[in-house]
Design a binder for this molecule. Sequence first.
Ligand SMILES: *[C@@H]1O[C@H](CO)[C@@H](O)[C@H](O)[C@H]1NC(C)=O
Ligand SMILES: *[C@@H]1O[C@H](CO)[C@@H](O)[C@H](O)[C@H]1NC(C)=O
Ligand SMILES: *[C@@H]1O[C@H](CO)[C@@H](O)[C@H](O)[C@H]1NC(C)=O
Ligand SMILES: *[C@@H]1O[C@H](CO)[C@@H](O)[C@H](O)[C@H]1NC(C)=O
Ligand SMILES: *[C@@H]1O[C@H](CO)[C@@H](O)[C@H](O)[C@H]1NC(C)=O
Ligand SMILES: *[C@@H]1O[C@H](CO)[C@@H](O)[C@H](O)[C@H]1NC(C)=O
Ligand SMILES: *[C@@H]1O[C@H](CO)[C@@H](O)[C@H](O)[C@H]1NC(C)=O
Length: 746
Amino acid sequence: MGFLKILLIFIFCSFPWPSIQSDLETYIVHVESPESLISTQSSLMVLESYYLSFLPKSTTGISSSGNEEPASLIYSYHNVMKGFAARLTTLQLKEMKKKPGFVSAQPQEILSLQTTHTPSFLGLQQNMGLWKDSNYGKGVIIGIIDSGILPDHPSFSDVGMPSSPAKWKGVCESNFTNKCNNKLIGARSYQLANGSPIDDDGHGTHTASTAAGAFVNGANVYGNANGTAAGVAPFAHIAIYRVCNSDGCADTDILAAMDAAIDDGVDILSVSLGGSRTNPFHSNSIALGAYSATERGILVSCSAGNNGPFSGSVGNAAPWILTVGASTHDRKIKATVKLGNGEAFEGESAYKPKISNSTFFTLFDAGKNAGDEFETPYCGPGSLTDPAIKGKIVICLGGGGIAHVDKGQAVKDVGGVGMIVINQPSHGIIKAADPHVLPAMDVSYADGSKILAYMNSTLNPVATITFQGTIIGDKNAPIVASFSSRGPSEASPGILKPDIIGPGVNILAAWPTSVDDNKNTKSTFNIISGTSMSCPHLSGVAALLKSAHPDWSPAAIKSAMMTTTDILNLANSPILDERLVHADIFAIGAGHVNPSRAHDPGLIYDTPFEDYLPYLCGLKYTNRQVGNLLQRKVNCSEVKSIPQAQLNYPSFSIFGLGSTPQTYTRTVTNVGDPTSSYKVEIVSPKGVALKVEPSELNFSQLNQKLTYQVTFSKTTNSSNPEAVEGFLKWTSNKHSVRSPISVVLV
Ligand SMILES: *[C@@H]1O[C@H](CO)[C@@H](O)[C@H](O)[C@H]1NC(C)=O
Ligand SMILES: *[C@@H]1O[C@H](CO)[C@@H](O)[C@H](O)[C@H]1NC(C)=O
Ligand SMILES: *[C@@H]1O[C@H](CO)[C@@H](O)[C@H](O)[C@H]1NC(C)=O
Ligand SMILES: *[C@@H]1O[C@H](CO)[C@@H](O)[C@H](O)[C@H]1NC(C)=O
Ligand SMILES: *[C@@H]1O[C@H](CO)[C@@H](O)[C@H](O)[C@H]1NC(C)=O
Ligand SMILES: *[C@@H]1O[C@H](CO)[C@@H](O)[C@H](O)[C@H]1NC(C)=O
Ligand SMILES: *[C@@H]1O[C@H](CO)[C@@H](O)[C@H](O)[C@H]1NC(C)=O
């Protein structure tokens, strides 16, 4: 079992455990809270000793190797759940299960950082309008749960930053204190991180600077995408919680980080991590931690996952989470391959030679090289052995679990002079502008097939790669990234997910090391892609909105972003996906974030926190499972449960509309002009009739709430496994508040 193997590797890398064979595992254990402890927030000691009472005494801890292993408590959680993380043998677990108050135990899960090695991007989408009104996010604290941070990077300079807000209770780890400043106000690390918040991967430095990095002039990779780098909320404070090393992130650590972040006083949590996406929310650690965070007024922004373009692949899909998909940006770092027959194909690359060399070189297909059939066509490290590669441009296949930059290194190591990566068919036109170590670029599968056909047609196929550098103004942007995970959500299909998309392809942001031989600067950047990159963009926007509207709840901020999105691209056509066809609702959710418009949404759909109980009961979770999330005893038979689509959410997902019409209500809050009048505009999904009552909403004061009803009825006899799409929009003379609608007909 792959999972077990990974777990053991962590155990042996991280701790000096004496035994070689052990069935010790880390578990997350839920326990009931005795009534006496419920209200005593102050007595953490009491709570911990209660947790400790569940640990079996050492004599029962005989591991499979025969060694005695004392059971040990790793974390006592107090905000995110009633329970703890502990290392236990199977026998110890058995023993623990007998204790009164035990609820459940699940083995620790290792989650991954959600960056992909495939596509490409450059630069940040900056929005000056909201920057002014929000003071660039001043006073807001963004907690980043990730692989750590490189504190000395200029992106984390605190020039011009006010000191940390009074509500801040977090810390900088003892040997890290002098690394913190008014920008980076907190840094903690957990088990897997091995005692240091220092980022040796790059991911956390990149995401932190994307959300709230300072202005840095002359940011570039090989001179490409040169300009002033800045996070989306450049004056927001950063608190870093390191839970990952380069191999992954343990959910026990993530829970501990969220537990601390809630106490510390962060306003926004940015979580670019993902695990098993189909877990129901009660046993999904990020969903669990995010629930408690949201209850305390913290907005949790998460990556949707990099499992696209396949249907049903979206993760981090709890309704209290902002689930962020990824799309392209209007800049490209262009490279061109020209073949001996005159054909030319465009690709992307962050490589830039010092002197442009347009000499033609012979092409060499790595797949034709004698070698490992699983590694060689993908140019895996060490898999290329044919001496004939020397002096040639090598064709490699994308994928195979090997980063494009590593493929290039493998080619360079055996004397290749260049590389063309042919992307996988599913990536469509999405390309990666990677910082290659030799002249290299990637092309789409379609163009790659033409290159292979040319090679097949001639005895001496030749080509040249040239680099055009940064080009701004791609009218097709934003295009949904191939890798961006798609809905519907398996965990809760009645909530439309992802919620929103933002820039996540070829994002230039801070990096701990130089990727382009630029050794004499501390200002190092990298260009990478993933929903990990789009998530901190949205975290940054949320910080700006929080700063401009301190009284808005997490659900209100989310609603403001979702009802004001762009659904057209720069060419004024509907947003496209990686195939260059109209992107569907499960790819874009509400659409592409538009920070300026989110600043002034007119109306918001606030989700009262109490509504999650009837929603969770409606998901048919057991009392115990709902209790795990709410941290109190729940009896769903005494709760008037609601269908998922009844939650006061800014979008609609009707998952199964038969011959019986379905009616849902929504309540909107006026945050625009005190006196304002809205009329509804409806675009019904095909085969569905929509009736909205009332069709007009007249407000007479600020924060006034009005309720409307929507009835969905089927107008066709056929069922349709594909969802049909529409929207409803409330429009006043100043605002337009749009809710996307997805309906599956049965
Ligand atoms: C901080 O201390 C821990 C152990 O106490 C050590 O492993 C880690 O390397 C230290 N970090 C730094 C930045 O010195
Ligand atoms: C980046 O742009 C700045 C300002 O325009 C310029 O001074 C600098 O030389 C440029 N750097 C590179 C590597 O092109
Ligand atoms: C291009 O590269 C080849 C091989 O390294 C070299 O022989 C040639 O002189 C170079 N041409 C230019 C214009 O630099
Ligand atoms: C290469 O040519 C052979 C014979 O002409 C043909 O069967 C094969 O399909 C071609 N392969 C490609 C990739 O075009
Ligand atoms: C839950 O409520 C129902 C209805 O009031 C009751 O019959 C049942 O015993 C309760 N269950 C528990 C575990 O309290
Ligand atoms: C809303 O106000 C308009 C005039 O401003 C009025 O014509 C309309 O009847 C009102 N609608 C409702 C539902 O009160
Ligand atoms: C649906 O089926 C009924 C009975 O089979 C038929 O009378 C009706 O015309 C059909 N409606 C549509 C919209 O096809």
